[in-house]
Write a protein that binds this ligand. Structure first.
Ligand SMILES: C[S@@+](CC[C@H](N)C(=O)[O-])C[C@H]1O[C@@H](n2cnc3c(N)ncnc32)[C@H](O)[C@@H]1O
Length: 207
């Protein structure tokens, strides 16, 4: 199945999580003008990943913050099985689990998370709309944050506008990752070639 692979954005999101959640010293360099105090890692107790795929970003978060509860979600049973296997392989069952969440028809209510993450989930106008609206309810009121990475597809502005419509503040930072590319991840299309990413830092808008 086409989804069943690791996507470049997942690597970029994992690196950004490593930078933001590592206590005390980050191992990865920040892009210029990346928000410095976006997250206080010690205040994060819950993390929810959208469209987890093979689970790299969520597993990274669960490894960096062993005391936080991390839920990896997806609509695909195949992806959830792969993510679940990865949790077991990485011995992260204590603080990491999987759950079904379809952006278009969320069938269960999730406890809002302190941090919502997602890599390469803004690939379709319909998905962008659903996710911008879901974020508002999935992020802990007032203090919750979201970190979304997108491989510079064409929906960045639409996502920003929809976040604002949903009373969310969003800041986009463009990062270039020359070292990520062909030969590293597999054979598929633009995803493999992409070296330019949007990183969206989303918060609630405080009036
Ligand atoms: C491009 S892949 C990215 C996977 C992973 N985040 C990564 O970076 O490697 C998109 C993911 O979104 C999931 N997905 C697609 N449509 C979805 C929907 N309506 N609701 C929830 N997940 C969905 C797919 O199953 C897939 O795992």
């Amino acid at each position: 199945m086409i989804w069943d692979q690791l996507w470049n954005s997942g690597i970029v999101l994992s690196r950004e999580l490593d930078r933001l959640l590592t206590i005390p010293s980050p191992t990865t360099e920040a892009a210029n003008d990346t928000p410095k105090d976006f997250i206080n890692p010690s205040s994060i107790q819950t993390i929810l990943e959208l469209g987890t795929g093979r689970g790299l970003a969520g597993l990274t978060a669960a490894t960096l913050l062993p005391n936080a509860k991390v839920v990896l979600t997806d609509a695909s049973t195949e992806s959830l099985q792969n993510a679940s296997d990865a949790i077991t392989l990485n011995n992260l069952q204590e603080n990491c689990s999987t759950a079904t969440l379809n952006w278009f028809s969320p069938s269960q209510t999730f406890i809002p998370a302190d941090l919502v993450i997602g890599a390469d989930v803004l690939y379709l106008s319909r998905a962008v709309k659903a996710i911008a609206s879901l974020l508002k309810t999935l992020m802990t009121p007032v203090t919750g944050k979201a970190l979304i990475v997108d491989p510079d597809r064409c929906f960045a502005e639409e996502f920003e506008n929809l976040c604002i419509e949903n009373n969310l503040a969003v800041r986009r930072v463009i990062v270039e990752r020359e070292e990520i590319g062909e030969g590293v991840l597999g054979e598929s299309d633009a995803n493999v070639q992409c070296k330019r990413f949007n990183v969206f830092y989303v918060s609630h808008r405080i009036e």
